[in-house]
Design a protein around this ligand. Structure first.
Ligand code: SF4
Length: 997
């Protein structure tokens, strides 16, 4: 499909003026960086241009920004009014990006270490040729000694482009990777793929939910899902705002209902909400009966290994033999179909009821008796109710189309609450029960408001009030009141997979899936691999032309050699090695040694136990890291490669992450310093050195030029990259809903046939059949993929799941975090506080920006929030350095007394380090909260680390209990860290233009 790009430009200019007041939440404490930068320049002189581009200051949002460039220097960054996903927002991190790009500590040249690991590395400049040659030789050596399993990769979110270490490590047969996705977004995506589609957690808040539910996230600060300034408007616009968080966040002061749950109990809360929805009949009945496997029948008596159901297109790998106890026609009659899933139709036999089926064969996808797919033919425009926000009298704008409902071709009523008996083909009469009823009986029924309230430490009446406000009555009869805006917190408490399945099902159950302001998968446009990374398929295609006759091998078997295959077998399907397994393999050679690593950003401090991870990295035979500067992890590398900052990279199409449908481009603004290179150019050099084509040799030059690659990524738009960038510069951000109305501009894609896409992102590979891209073709409340992979009679159960009933696995049952007052009560005596961590911060993004003066002046030290009543009991005052200690380690942060955290809970900051301290550690061991992590505390399905809900103790740091007699953390020579904005060391980090002008 060629891209039209003929859209009338929308009135975003009006919008930005009207919402200026709401920007205070994200920017009120910021200095005036634009002005500050201009001090060093001559504002009235020289060549000035404004470049429209996409920000990567946090790696999550891709806000649209304008960069002002004077005489080749970036002097100001401000919001782009055309970027409706960010509403013209530009946060402090983005503006501070100028200090990042011109930072005096940028890596300028490839470097090699001259001293042993664990000491100051003695970096020595080398040429790019030598660097790439050495990397290839050393990793080939590791591969020769340990096999491909001996090489791993690491990837972070990055301030440059976002290429993964994976494609480079794959040159050496690597199968394991440590990525941010294991604790951020990856598990959410996987849970979505098991249930409806990849990425169902994205909530389209630009659609303005009538009831805004903010669940474990701080989106006014920064994150995907149309956040920042948009959220402040959403809150102002909504009839009700419900906050679910142990901590009252910035905007939470506006909440109508605040469910301050105990950290780590999000899954129980989700099931408590599900209980009220099911009990009160608040589900979207049409969706649940027609588009979920709720009415499919489960039969305990079936042999799970009997007659697998093969599905090929929309599962990972090249197919799956589904093994299930969901009743199919083949169980009832000889020669019956393996793909016809039985349901009870209450209208059959003149209202007496009878069995019917949905045929989930991927070439059929029809109910019994149907001849063809009935896709919607009429649509209603969804008009975003934004007029009152703009204050300009406009009526809002058309923001997608809602299909008018289609009906069953033959009148039927699939029964959600069915329980009865059927006679199998072998003559046995057996009990069957609908998945919906089984979900209620086995899981949901016990989560009464009282039971949920007891687990979560929340007033049951408040829970009832919240659910009724959200689901009890629709403000618009066509669609739900809004989805669930859920993000990191349910992902990081060691029970992530089931939490996300419960949340996704809950949202879809009330009809909040793929409707305006609902949960909605990822933006899908014809930019390959989301436009955020080297597409793995391009590199794979270069290695081996895809063979359509490739024999069927399940993903489970293909990935049998990943390091966590035995401990967390579902990871064979998700293909995500957990962090702990990487480090165990490196340090203990279990199940085999990992001795080489390719990192393209990434961070050992963000999951698992940081001390263990540090030692593991130190033990590698060869480690190469590509980054912008010297951070703790890079100090363990053998070779460092200098990357280009997002202000420096060549123009490249880019999708803004989230469900809003925005896409645009990163556009070059300034020249890179020294010999810093665009990572795709580096990959190209590396592939050449390895003698492997980087591009598909059949369709183009194997290694270059880089523009060939850029053209490839957007070829489905019908433009080359220059044309695309030119359109973007003139037009501003594109709205996928306008450009691709059939694919992305229409809601309820499960009806229109546009939902069945590979992994929810690859725009062109659907079969256009109504339904979901999961084996049942309906939202899977009962997960057949979990059933196939995690049943004792199929692939076996790993140790951590032994003893669980099928319905505790295949349905999303809640489990306590591995460490909690309930799981490990014995720890509570010594470690009585429940620690949550990882909140968004207006100044930093995870471990980044600690060396940017503007950021560090505003937020010089890590802070721990503690309830004033708790602080008083412990003799802790505002601003005191305190020790935070778990059974696994201790670090220091500064006390911040805040009534918004529950008594008994503390809220700490994560991944701190102190760039002013000496190499190699740069002080991470003094202030990084992950030193407290128990490496074995993991989600039993995915291995994602428990990073929140930790039993800890907290006490005042004193001269007596602190090294160097100083409560403030000190470097090895006793120098204290920067702790306020007056520290002269901050001046040393001001921008330098050396080597650029
Ligand atoms: S939220 Fe992220 S992408 Fe948006 S302006 Fe801030 S740093 Fe940039």
């Amino acid at each position: 499909m060629g891209m039209k790009l003929n859209t009338t430009r929308r009135s975003f200019l009006k919008l930005s003026a009207a919402v200026a007041g709401s920007a205070a939440l994200v920017g009120s404490s910021a200095m005036q960086p634009g002005a500050a930068m201009a001090e060093g320049a001559n504002p009235g002189a020289g060549d000035i241009k404004r470049v429209r581009t996409a920000c990567r200051g946090c790696g999550k949002m891709e806000c649209g920004v304008w960069v002002t460039v004077q005489n080749g220097r970036a002097i100001k960054i401000e919001g782009d009014e055309s970027a409706y996903q960010s509403n013209g927002n530009c946060c402090t991190k983005s503006q501070a990006s100028i200090q990042a790009a011109y930072h005096p500590d940028r890596l300028l040249y490839p470097l090699k270490r001259t001293k042993p690991k664990g000491e100051e590395p003695g970096w020595q400049r080398i040429s790019w040729d030598e660097a790439i040659k050495t990397c290839h030789e050393k990793l080939t050596e590791v591969q020769g000694k340990y096999g491909g399993e001996g090489v791993m990769h690491m990837t972070g979110t990055s301030r440059f482009w976002g290429m993964r270490g994976g494609p480079l490590a794959s040159l050496y047969g690597a199968v394991n990777g440590h990525g941010a996705a294991q604790i951020c977004k990856g598990i959410r995506r996987d849970a979505g793929s098991l249930t409806i589609e990849n990425g169902i957690f994205f909530n389209e808040t630009v659609g303005f939910p009538k009831v805004y539910v903010q669940w474990g996230t701080g989106p006014s600060i920064s994150n995907y899902d149309d956040t920042c300034r948009t959220i402040t408007e959403v809150i102002a616009r909504s009839e009700k705002y419900i906050l679910i968080d142990p901590r009252l966040n910035n905007e939470g002061h506006e909440a109508d209902i605040h469910l301050a749950l105990r950290p780590g109990t999000d899954g129980a809360m989700a099931l408590g909400w599900t209980h009220l929805v099911m009990k009160n009949g608040w589900e979207d009945h049409e969706f649940c009966t027609r588009w979920s496997n709720g009415p499919y029948l489960y039969c305990e008596e079936l042999d799970i290994n009997d007659q697998p159901f093969h599905t090929g297109k929309f599962t990972r790998g090249n197919g799956l033999d589904v093994k299930t106890r969901l009743l199919r026609e083949c169980d009832l009659v000889e020669g019956g179909s393996v793909s016809r899933f039985m349901v009870w139709d209450s209208l059959a036999n003149n209202g007496e009821g009878g069995l019917t089926y949905f045929d989930a064969d991927e070439k059929i996808g029809l109910w019994e008796g149907e001849k063809e797919h009935h896709k919607p033919t009429t649509f209603t425009d969804y008009v975003r109710p934004s007029g009152d926000i703009r204050g300009d009298g406009s009526d809002g704008d058309v923001s997608g189309r809602i299909p008018d409902p289609t009906q069953f071709e033959i009148e039927r009523e699939p029964e959600l609450w069915y329980e009865g008996e059927v006679t199998l083909k072998d003559g046995r009469t057996v009990k069957v029960k609908s998945v919906w009823k089984k979900y209620w009986d086995d899981v949901v029924s016990k989560y009464t408001p009282e039971y949920t309230g007891e687990i979560c430490d929340v007033d049951p009446k408040l829970i009832e009030e919240a659910v009724e406000a959200w689901a009890g009555q629709r403000f618009d009869p066509r669609f739900s009141n809004g989805g669930l805006h859920y993000q990191l917190a349910p992902e990081q408490a060691g029970n992530s997979m089931q939490n996300f399945r419960a949340l996704g099902i809950l949202s879809a159950m009330v009809g909040a899936y793929d409707t305006p302001a609902g949960n909605r998968g990822m933006t899908r446009v014809p930019i390959n691999a989301g436009g955020v990374a080297i597409p793995a398929n391009e590199v794979a295609a270069a290695k081996k032309k895809k063979d359509p006759n490739e024999p069927f091998v399940e993903q489970f078997d293909k990935k049998a050699n990943i390091a966590c295959a035995e401990e967390f077998p579902l990871t064979r399907w998700t293909a995500r090695t957990d962090a702990k397994s990487c480090w165990v393999a490196a340090l203990e050679s279990k199940p085999y040694p990992i001795k080489g690593c390719v990192a393209v950003t990434g961070n050992f401090m963000n999951q698992s136990n940081a001390t263990y991870a540090w030692n593991a990295l130190k033990s590698l035979d060869f480690f190469v890291d590509m980054d912008l500067w010297h951070a703790p992890m890079t100090e363990l590398a053998d070779i460092k490669l200098p990357a280009q900052h997002w202000l420096e990279i060549p123009g490249f199409a880019r999708i803004s992450q989230g469900a809003h449908g925005a896409f645009g481009a990163n556009v070059n603004c300034i020249a890179p310093p020294g010999e810093a290179k665009f990572e795709i150019e580096v990959a190209q050099m590396w592939f050449k050195e390895a003698g492997k084509p980087f591009y598909d040799p059949e369709t183009g030059d194997a290694w270059g030029p880089v523009t060939r690659y850029m053209d490839h990524v957007i070829k489905d738009t019908g433009m080359n990259h220059e044309e695309f960038l030119d359109k973007f510069a003139k037009h501003g951000w594109f709205r996928a809903k306008d450009e691709y109305p059939e694919i992305w501009g229409t809601y309820k894609r499960y009806e229109t046939g546009e939902l069945r896409q590979v992994d929810g992102m690859v725009y062109k590979e659907g079969d256009h059949m109504p339904g979901m891209p999961v084996p049942c073709m309906k939202m899977e409340i009962w997960s057949t993929i979990m059933e196939t992979y995690l049943s004792p009679e199929t692939k076996g159960l790993p140790e951590r799941l032994k003893g669980l009933a099928p319905s505790e696995i295949c349905l999303p049952e809640y489990k306590e975090p591995p460490l909690s007052p309930v799981s490990t009560p014995e720890l509570m005596e010594e470690y009585p506080f429940n620690m949550t961590t990882g909140r968004r911060n207006p100044v930093y993004f995870h471990s980044e920006h600690r060396q940017l003066p503007w950021c560090r002046e505003q937020w010089p030290v890590p802070r721990v929030e503690i309830n004033p009543a708790d602080a008083e009991k412990l003799g802790i005052q505002q601003g005191d350095w305190v020790w935070i200690e778990s059974k696994d380690g201790k670090i220091r942060e500064v006390a911040d007394l805040y009534h918004g955290v529950k008594p008994g809970v503390i809220n700490t900051e994560h991944t701190w380090w102190l760039p002013e301290f000496s190499a190699p550690t740069h002080g991470w061991e003094l202030v990084c909260i992950n030193a407290l992590v128990d490496k074995e505390a993991q989600d039993p399905y995915t291995g994602s680390s428990q990073l929140r809900a930790y039993p800890v103790k907290i006490y005042k740091a004193t001269p007596e209990n602190s090294p160097f007699g100083n409560p403030c953390p000190c470097d090895v020579d006793g120098t204290p860290c920067i702790s306020d904005a007056s520290d002269p060391r901050l001046k040393a980090w001001l921008p330098t233009y050396e080597g650029r002008d």
